[in-house]
Design a protein around this ligand. Structure first.
Ligand code: C2E
Ligand code: MG
Ligand code: MG
Length: 657
């Protein structure tokens, strides 16, 4: 409690002076009978009396600067603070309940100490860890836009001077987004002195903010912060439109594809892979000019629109920008104490040669595809006319494949697999797809499977193939060929599908085929991708009772330690090793090695592509008994395959016609 108030004493003294003035001065000066002289005298007394009662004495003389430069009057005594703290304690429970149920955060600014107390909710609203909030406005200041912060500071100061509430908007830049909050406060006074400010802080969900946030989510890639595919295509469209209006306007599109990105994820972790993507995105942004549009348009593919390209060695010249981009992205990456070397394949298309969004993208993609196919990792390729034709062809093919799936234009051929240790009896078939095109006739798989894989069309196509193969096999089993096994090729994309095991189970159930009659072939390369996931899928499949073959064995450099862990049944030695077993000692040695690997892992071995008696003799001598190849039979239609079986199925089985 304060003993006396100096302002009250002053008021009292002034009033007392008025009284003396009124009682004695007129007599002393001798103008009591003159009204003219009395008026100014009376006005002076009234003025003095008014001042003594109503004047608000300034307090700023004792003000000191507290944290964050907010001008706050100093507390005369700490006793008032103690009282208020006590008061606050009494209401603490109710206040806490209000704080807990509110979606806003609360804060108090203690004027005497300059300390700020934050409720837990504030951290959520601001997107900052509560431990980083501290007991000042520093963390808020750190993420606010400068002009907004100045506005808040002056509003807070004025509210303390004028004892009025305030409310201001703050735009915050946090690590992953831009948000707007509304911060409000009301000062609390005691004996005309501000003792604290109590305030709230909540997300400002006005229309503009929502629009900004929607924009962020709709157009930004949340992982890397660059634009996403949707925005990129819109921007590309506006550049295409601009060049239609101004024929001299030149822009370029560059696609950058990180080579073997899957291997980075597999070898380290997806988290590590995500950080690599962030670093690459930053490098691309820093290598471009400010107004260029950088986007992530695929898991490991970035795209850049280089607007308004000029020639003649200016800073808008295409070549230096492209070189800078390509050089910067492939610099070694230091991450988690590791040094990582990546290569990036890049394609560049300039709008002078192609003039619509679809053509530009089709060409840029076709170039990348070519680079990858030719093993030209880390290369740069510019668009040229030949590629345009090819891109158009591929575009058309993709459309045609889509249509062919709907029209069920795919047919299966069956190539026999025979056991040369058992009188060349047929033990199974490999189902090989053909496209029976109404205009071009039969098209081999090499011409459409790679495109189907790239476009993802292999997934519906693969399901169709599996169903056709199972239906056919079931017919043969029902005819009495109960032990026949039909192998169906599975592409990497199909194998990686989350519900792949379920889909296979469903098709087996639908066709009522016993799983023992089905084999799935995956290439050695596919088997080596995402090893742990592959093992898991293989286990699930073999526990269903079907068998798994590793196709094209010898081409994928698989390690023996992995092979040992795979629940597989068969290796298929690739044709390229069989071709020269009879006349090339190196190939013969390799074939012997594959045969011994199969034996030591206790796996069946099938030699693919056997075409002549010399190859067959070699394989027989070395102990490879299962043979597939033109020497015995080319792939056959179902009717031909049935005839083949009739002639070469195990003799002791009675077959129903
Ligand atoms: P693959 O799975 O290694 O199939 C063996 C290929 O070798 C077949 O070619 C077959 O006709 C051919 N071939 C077999 N014996 C001989 C021979 O003695 N000499 C010669 N020159 N060739 C022989 P095809 O049918 O053209 O298939 C090529 C590839 O297309 C297949 O290689 C497989 O990777 C893929 N493929 C075929 N059908 C399917 C399918 O239904 N789904 C998927 N995902 N891929 C398929
Ligand atoms: Mg195969
Ligand atoms: Mg093969």
């Amino acid at each position: 409690m304060r003993l006396f108030d100096e302002h009250a004493v002053l008021r009292f003294a002034l009033l007392f002076a008025c009284f003396l003035f009124a009682a004695f001065i007129p007599d002393i000066l001798g103008f009591t009978d003159s009204v003219k002289n009395f008026i100014p005298y009376f006005a002076a007394i009234v003025f003095l009396a008014y001042v003594s009662v109503f004047y608000r004495f300034p307090t700023t003389s004792s003000a000191k600067k507290l944290r964050n430069d907010v001008e706050i009057p100093v507390q005369a005594s700490s006793a008032t603070v103690r009282d208020l703290q006590k008061d606050l304690l009494e209401r603490d429970e109710m206040f806490q309940m209000m704080v807990d149920i509110s979606s806003d955060g609360f804060w108090t600014f203690d004027v005497p100490t300059g300390k700020v107390y934050w409720s837990n909710r504030v951290a959520k609203v601001l997107g900052i860890d509560i431990n980083d909030m501290g007991d000042s406005f520093d963390s808020l200041k750190g993420c606010s836009m400068e002009s907004d912060w100045e506005n808040f500071r002056s509003e807070l100061s004025n509210s303390l001077k004028e004892n009025r509430p305030f409310s201001v908007k703050l735009r915050l830049i946090t690590s992953d987004d831009l948000r707007e909050v509304l911060i409000s406060g009301r000062p609390q006074f005691s004996d005309e002195r501000p003792i604290r400010v109590i305030g709230s802080i909540g997300l400002n969900v006005d229309k503009a903010t929502i629009e900004r946030q929607n924009y962020f989510y709709a157009y930004q890639d949340s992982l890397t912060g660059v634009y996403n595919r949707t925005f990129f295509l819109e921007k590309l469209k506006s550049d295409v439109d601009a060049s239609a209006k101004r024929p001299d306007y030149t822009f370029a599109v560059a696609l950058l594809d990180i080579d073997s990105f899957g291997a980075i994820n597999d070898s380290f972790s997806t988290n590590f892979g995500d950080n690599v993507l962030r670093i690459v995105a930053d490098r691309i942004k820093n290598s471009c000019r400010d107004n260029d549009c950088v986007a992530r348009i695929g898991p490991d593919v970035f795209a850049v629109i280089l607007h308004n390209i000029q020639g003649g060695g200016s800073e808008d010249d295409l070549m230096p920008i492209v070189r800078r981009l390509h050089n910067n992205v492939k610099m070694p990456i230091q991450l988690d104490g590791r040094e990582l070397y990546i290569t990036v394949s890049m394609s560049v298309v300039v709008n002078r040669e192609v003039d619509c969004v679809e053509d530009i993208m089709a060409n840029a993609n076709a170039i990348l595809r070519d680079l990858k196919k030719n093993g030209d990792h880390g290369g740069i390729q510019f668009f040229s006319g030949g590629i345009r034709e090819k891109a158009m062809k591929l575009y058309k093919l993709e459309y045609e494949i889509r249509r062919a799936i709907q029209m069920k234009e795919f047919v299966l051929m069956y190539q026999p697999i025979v056991n040369i240790n058992d009188g060349n009896k047929v033990v199974g078939f490999e189902a090989l797809v053909r496209w029976n095109n109404s205009e071009q006739g039969i098209i081999p798989p090499a011409e459409f499977i790679p495109i189907a894989e790239e476009t993802g069309l292999i997934v519906p196509m693969g399901a169709l193939i599996l169903k056709m193969a199972c239906e056919q096999t079931k017919k043969w089993v029902d005819m009495g060929y109960e032990n026949i096994k039909v192998a169906v090729n599975f592409s990497a994309k199909q194998f990686a599908l989350d519900n792949m095991v379920e889909d296979v189970r469903k098709i087996l159930a639908e066709t009522r085929l016993n799983p023992k009659n089905l084999k799935l072939e995956i290439t050695e390369y596919t088997a080596m991708c995402e090893v742990e996931k592959t093992i898991e899928i293989m286990r699930a499949l073999s526990s269903m009772g079907l068998q798994i073959s590793i196709d094209d064995f010898g081409t994928g450099y698989s390690s023996l330690s992995y092979l040992k862990r795979y629940p597989i049944h068969t290796l298929k030695m690739d044709k390229s090793f069989v071709d020269h077993v009879a006349d090339d000692e190196e190939d013969a040695a390799f074939a012997r090695m594959v045969i011994s690997i199969a034996k030591s892992l206790n796996l069946d071995l099938i030699a693919e592509g056997v075409e002549n008696a010399d190859q067959l003799e070699f394989l027989r001598r070395e102990g490879c008994s299962q043979i597939q190849g033109f020497y015995f039979s080319k792939p056959l239609t179902p009717a031909e395959a049935l005839k083949y079986m009739k002639d070469h199925y195990q003799a002791d089985v009675e077959v129903r016609a």
